[in-house]
Design a protein around this ligand. Structure first.
Ligand SMILES: CCCCCCCCCCCCCCCC(=O)SCCNC(=O)CCNC(=O)[C@H](O)C(C)(C)COP(=O)(O)OP(=O)(O)OC[C@H]1O[C@@H](n2cnc3c(N)ncnc32)[C@H](O)[C@@H]1OP(=O)(O)O
Ligand SMILES: Cc1cc2nc3c(=O)[nH]c(=O)nc-3n(C[C@H](O)[C@H](O)[C@H](O)COP(=O)(O)OP(=O)(O)OC[C@H]3O[C@@H](n4cnc5c(N)ncnc54)[C@H](O)[C@@H]3O)c2cc1C
Length: 648
């Protein structure tokens, strides 16, 4: 064990196991999670070479094999709890996505949430036993964001009681769905529904695309892989062109909307229920932001504890780079964000399941807030985590740029979260749409609830416009900082609403006024989400009984909130002493930095990083890893070229 990293652990002021248990929910949950992870770690079937030593085709084949092995093994172990399945798969896939990922994350959830009981009876056994292997095909070459303009059509033919599916143009070819290219034999296809000559907008259909016996594409189906990407090399994101493909009427997901045998259309309680799977994934992505950022912090902070470089004081030994204030200022606010997002991810998941429970009982009243919250927090946390992973990589110097550091793989796997499941700017504008509506309701005296109730407070404090009120912040008191973030959010929502109002008074259209206020609208959503994160972090602290853990997390929460103020100082009165306070907090956090990342409890296999190894023996393992590179399998490779050059 590296002596530096041993010393770091000896210096901690709290018990990492206590914090790990808190993050898991209990000591028993920690035990069970580790037990499940050890099933993977100790399984020779999952000991394979680094995918970075493989070609794209080899990586895809290995991913399919791993997905298949996981299915068999989970069955053999009798593991069926969704959270335990997630622990098992997360350990097995390490930093990469799995070939059957979309089947689990979107195809199955869509069947669960949008099939009638009769349809579930038919499709769930097929899908849960992987006979029907599916994906979620919504995006087309011409449209990803603007789904109301998707062009694929499903036209009902009452004479045969079938839908006829077509991609009428090049731009209507389905493009991007994960697992579509080579893996899936079915797809949930989002298409414009036409019946009795009328278009009823986007609806979801189960479309067989490959033969379940031969896996060959079915008649009328052109399908394939879209080619190499920035990352996601294990995933066969694909294209799908449908030409007069006929499916039975029963293949339209009819829990909310129906087409009768004669072609008559029965509309849903809300036309946004078709969008439900997207809200689910957005909500879950918030937790993924926390995991990607906490892994990156674990790697960068452990490495910073064992890396010695440069000279702090002449003549003294090279210090640990973690002792540089600049290094701390890079990493510790990200560590704080990783904890903040861990708590927000738990809150978002709980809120999603609570509200969808009400929706399943027919109460749709909280759907707009769920959509706005999931959209905003997905954008806010992925943008922060995405940038943070890069900071962690660069904080590791040259070795961070090696694949064996784990950081490039974490980055290229995580970065599309800012785009897929709703491009982040578009998501922030969706949240702004909800905030402006709530602001107007508050001004009319309506009582708001949930995360926007602060907009009522702002009205009671009239007539002073929020923007004129001084932001007096007690920089040592988290409650005071929460208030500052609340005031900032209220102020920026008011600024955005007034910008819209001003544009409208210039008698331009609502749409143009909206577009001309987009900067203020996105800033208002960002401020709202930032307030929600700080508020939730503070609320979580009130649940912690262990004084040592409470103290270290309180320090992180203060750092997160104060650092956020310095990043947005234009919105707060730049309090000069904040920088000094931040420096003092960095010093406070320094002895606990390694223990704080240890508490995330990532085992080396899942971290997949020679820099972030628990034992800190980075150089030895880097050298061993490099020697395994395929290029090193022969001592001399292109001697023919050398000979040609030498002959010249
Ligand atoms: C097992 C688990 C593991 C988890 C582990 C996680 C890891 C996960 C790995 C996954 C691996 C890759 C997975 C990528 C998979 C894709 O990327 S799938 C494709 C994703 N595509 C998108 O997200 C498209 C984004 N675009 C949209 O959602 C819509 O076009 C927009 C932007 C919301 C606009 O929709 P629109 O119909 O034009 O609506 P708009 O006119 O803006 O608003 C109309 C009203 O509808 C409301 N509305 C809009 N959308 C919604 C909605 N969804 N709900 C409710 N209301 C809504 C608006 O709020 C508005 O309400 P009001 O203000 O009128 O009251
Ligand atoms: C790795 C990966 C996996 C994916 N998996 C799937 C999948 O499984 N299934 C599936 O259906 N799709 C999938 N997608 C597609 C993904 O959902 C879309 O790429 C995403 O919704 C963004 O849409 P777009 O590509 O059309 O971007 P665009 O909307 O064209 O974005 C381009 C720019 O236009 C801006 N813009 C667009 N509209 C507005 C607006 N109204 N106001 C202001 N700015 C705007 C955006 O902010 C952005 O800056 C995947 C994508 C990736 C990268």
């Amino acid at each position: 064990m590296n002596p530096d990293i041993c010393r770091e652990r000896e210096n901690a002021t709290f018990n990492t196991e206590t914090l790990t248990n808190m993050l898991d929910g209990s000591a028993e949950k920690t035990r069970r999670r580790r037990e499940i992870e050890s099933l993977v770690i100790n399984d020779p079937d999952f000991q394979h070479d680094d995918p970075n030593f493989m070609s794209r085709s080899e990586r895809y084949d290995a991913a399919v094999k791993k997905s298949s092995q996981m299915i068999m093994k989970l069955r053999d172990y009798g593991i069926s709890d969704p959270e335990e399945i997630y622990f098992y798969k997360r350990t097995a896939r390490r930093t990469f996505h799995e070939a059957f990922g979309l089947h689990y994350t979107m195809f199955l959830p869509t069947l669960y949430s949008q099939c009638t009981p009769e349809q579930q009876k038919k499709w769930l056994p097929l899908a849960e036993n992987f006979k029907a292997l599916g994906t979620y095909a919504q995006t087309e070459l011409g449209h990803g964001t603007h789904i109301r303009k998707l062009e694929t059509t499903a036209t009902y033919d009452p004479s045969t009681q079938e839908f006829v599916l077509n991609c009428p143009t090049v731009s209507s070819i389905k493009w991007w769905p994960g697992g579509l290219g080579k893996t899936s034999n079915h797809a949930i296809v989002l298409a414009q529904l036409y019946t009795l000559g009328k278009c009823h907008g986007l609806h979801a259909f189960i479309v067989p695309i490959r033969c379940m016996k031969t896996h060959q594409p079915l008649p009328g189906v052109t399908v394939g892989d879209i080619g190499p990407k920035f990352g996601f090399e294990e995933v066969d994101n694909g294209y799908l062109k449908l030409e007069n493909v006929r499916i039975p009427r029963e293949n339209m997901l009819m829990k909310y909307a129906q087409v009768e045998p004669d072609g008559s259309y029965l509309k849903p309680p809300s036309d946004k229920l078709t969008y439900g799977t997207m809200v689910f994934i957005r909500a879950m992505i918030v937790g993924e932001s926390a995991r990607a950022l906490s892994k990156s912090c674990t790697i960068a902070i452990r490495y910073s504890a064992v890396r010695h470089q440069s000279e702090l004081r002449p003549g003294e030994p090279e210090p640990q780079i973690l002792d540089y204030q600049a290094q701390q200022y890079k990493l510790f606010p990200l560590l704080a964000a990783a904890y903040a997002f861990t708590f927000v991810g738990q809150y978002m998941s709980d809120t999603y399941h609570r509200i969808t429970g009400h929706i399943n009982q027919g109460d749709f009243s909280q759907l707009p807030e769920l959509h706005a919250l999931a959209a905003g927090l997905k954008a806010f946390t992925t943008w922060t985590a995405n940038a943070g992973i890069e900071v962690c990589r660069m904080a590791c110097g040259g070795h961070g740029y090696l694949c064996c550091s784990g950081l490039p793989d974490i980055y290229v796997t995580f970065t599309p979260t800012c785009t897929y499941e709703g491009e982040n700017t578009v998501m922030m504008l969706q949240t702004a749409r909800f905030l402006v509506k709530c602001y107007r309701q508050a001004r009319e005296g309506q009582q708001l609830s949930g995360t926007v109730s602060y907009l009522n407070e702002q009205q009671r404090l009239q007539p002073q416009p929020v923007s004129s009120r001084p932001t007096v912040v007690n920089i040592n008191d988290l409650a005071s900082l929460v208030e500052a973030y609340k005031l900032r959010a209220a102020k920026l929502v008011e600024v955005a609403a007034k910008s819209l109002q001003g544009e409208l008074q210039r008698s331009i259209s609502q749409e143009d006024a909206w577009n001309n206020s987009s900067i203020e609208l996105v800033r208002a959503s960002d401020a709202h989400c930032h307030y929600v994160v700080v508020e939730l972090f503070a609320a979580k602290l009130s649940e912690i009984s262990d004084t040592a853990v409470h103290s270290v997390l309180n320090t992180l929460a203060l750092l997160y909130a104060l650092h956020g103020i310095t990043l947005n100082s234009g919105d707060f009165l730049q309090l000069s002493q904040i920088t000094q306070r931040i420096k003092a907090l960095l010093v406070e956090i320094r002895p606990n930095a390694v223990a704080l990342v240890d508490s995330f409890d990532y085992n080396d296999e899942m971290l997949n990083s020679v820099l972030g190894r628990y034992d800190g023996n980075v150089y030895e393992s880097m050298f061993e890893w490099a020697k395994r590179s395929p290029l090193n399998r022969t001592e001399v490779r292109s001697f023919i070229i050398f000979n040609i050059i030498q002959k010249k």
